[in-house]
Design a protein around this ligand. Structure first.
Ligand code: HEC
Length: 138
């Protein structure tokens, strides 16, 4: 018995259409996943930056430092923190500019430089980590 062409071709076409839909759905799923991942990454970065700025405001760091991107942070008692990431030394040349040293500095500036004007601001460890991340981008 002869099968008509359409009977042979049609299943092939419908299979192709199903495959196409499957690929299309996979593509959409991939795009969504990528979008979500990108959003999660930028969303978190944004949240960290907002948290850092909130700490900077609550501790009045801007009363002593110029801090780019923080409105009103125009202080001149301490050094400008613009371009901090490119500086080799901090704390009046006493410390190398590393995250570990920054942690010690922010925890207790006077333990490193007794004559410094920067007070111990009573920062919590978690706040210090958020600040180190933020300062590392200035
Ligand atoms: C009362 C003024 C004052 C306040 C408030 C203050 N700082 Fe400072 N800060 C200084 C001074 C002065 C120095 C420079 C160290 C020195 O030579 O005494 C300094 C140094 C620093 C440094 C090292 C940069 C360098 O080049 O030495 C960082 C980072 C820093 N401060 C961040 C902060 C942050 C973050 C806050 C808020 C949580 C803050 N400071 C609040 C006065 C202040």
């Amino acid at each position: 018995m002869k099968t008509s062409i359409s009977a042979r071709v049609f299943p092939a076409i419908s299979r192709a259409v199903i495959d196409y839909h499957a690929i299309g759905r996979l593509g959409v799923a991939c795009a969504m996943a990528l979008l979500l991942a990108a959003f999660a990454a930028t969303g978190r970065a944004w949240a960290d930056e907002a948290a850092a700025k909130a700490i900077v405001k609550s501790k009045s760091c801007g009363g002593c430092h110029y801090i780019p991107g923080v409105p009103g942070a125009m202080g001149t008692i301490g050094p400008s923190l613009k371009g901090l990431k490119n500086r080799t030394m901090i704390a009046g040349g006493k410390l190398e500019n590393t995250p570990e040293n920054m942690r010690d500095w922010l925890k207790n500036p006077k333990s490193i430089l007794p004559e410094t004007m920067m007070p111990n601001l009573g920062l919590e460890d978690a706040q210090i980590e958020v600040l180190i991340e933020f300062l590392g981008k200035l």
